[in-house]
Design a protein around this ligand. Sequence first.
Ligand code: 3NM
Length: 375
Amino acid sequence: MGKMRELIYCQECGVKLNEIVTDEGVNRKICEFCKKIAYENPVPATAAILFNERGELLLVKRNVEPKAGEWCLPGGFNEIGETPEECCLRELKEETGLTGSIERIIGSVPGVNPFYRSVLVTGYSIGNFSGSISAGDDSDEAGFFELSNLPEIAFKSHRELLKTYMDKELYSTDKGMLKAMGAYVITSGDHINVAESACEAGATIIQYRDKAASQSEKLTKAKLIRKITRNTETLFIVNDDIDIALISGADGVHLGQDDISVEEARKIVPGNFIIGKSTHSLEQALAAEKDGADYIGIGPVFKTPTKEDYIPIGVETVKKVIHNVKIPFVCIGGLNYDNIQGLLTLGAINFAMVREFASDTKNSVKRINNMIAGN
Ligand code: 3NM
């Protein structure tokens, strides 16, 4: 990064600026001709953090200085009259061809810029993106990169925003991680034992699903599973019961079609609380996405005794979901080692199971995760 250029002349009339010390004791520059202090404030800019369904990060290759030819987050300077959020989405569209919506603000980071002196970059995470990549405006190329294989990111401010995003665990407990749920373990039988083994095997998600227990029994078990999963990488989700999820301190709740809506549930949960929704058709999947679900279950893909009244939706519906739904999805219903292979080939990467994880849980979780990883 070049040295910060000092302001020497008045930007309005071109007269050389004088240095003064204000009544408050602050060093300022003044244009004696315009009778105005030349405030030296950072230029507002924004940057977009966007992950695709595989957990890869969107970057653009700049074609303008500074840092032409280098990769950075999509973004740019605020235009007069637009909000930072509008700026971020406009720059995203101009530089990558993609449209999306603001998920959350990540933070504002100061930066030094050889042309614009000082900038203040506000980062936003972007969700619900659509469109196909086509680089434009200040970028020559745009593409998704695996986190383990990122090119050097040109701007320190962008690197800091990305770090904040990761450190706040927005990535690990938010949609980025959910995109790569892998083996999603739904407990049955000896729920605590299954949860313990699943956690030990490194399952990404454990869902406590207990149709037989009373509410008070469920709460006791949910608290135990919370204890098991606390301070681990494993997320804990409670099926159906939002009250038990909240009281036990779970990371989220999984709602069925007959439960309260995602929109209503959202009103009473903490900001980063995960809300999943069971869906049984493309229409329901799209409705759940619109309703603000963080992820959906889609199934039953195949016939299953665990939910025997349901008609299987089949592989064709999974294909439609892959092509039409932007939020993370997990396949469910009648899955086993054999039929998962075909779903993996289609591009599905998350698999929720009851029976396969009911016994020999540890090995089953490892086996499924290895399959997903392509081993
Ligand atoms: N939900 P198994 S299918 C709990 O389609 C559940 O929403 C489904 O059990 C859905 O892995 C299902 O034993 C049962 O087939 C999954």
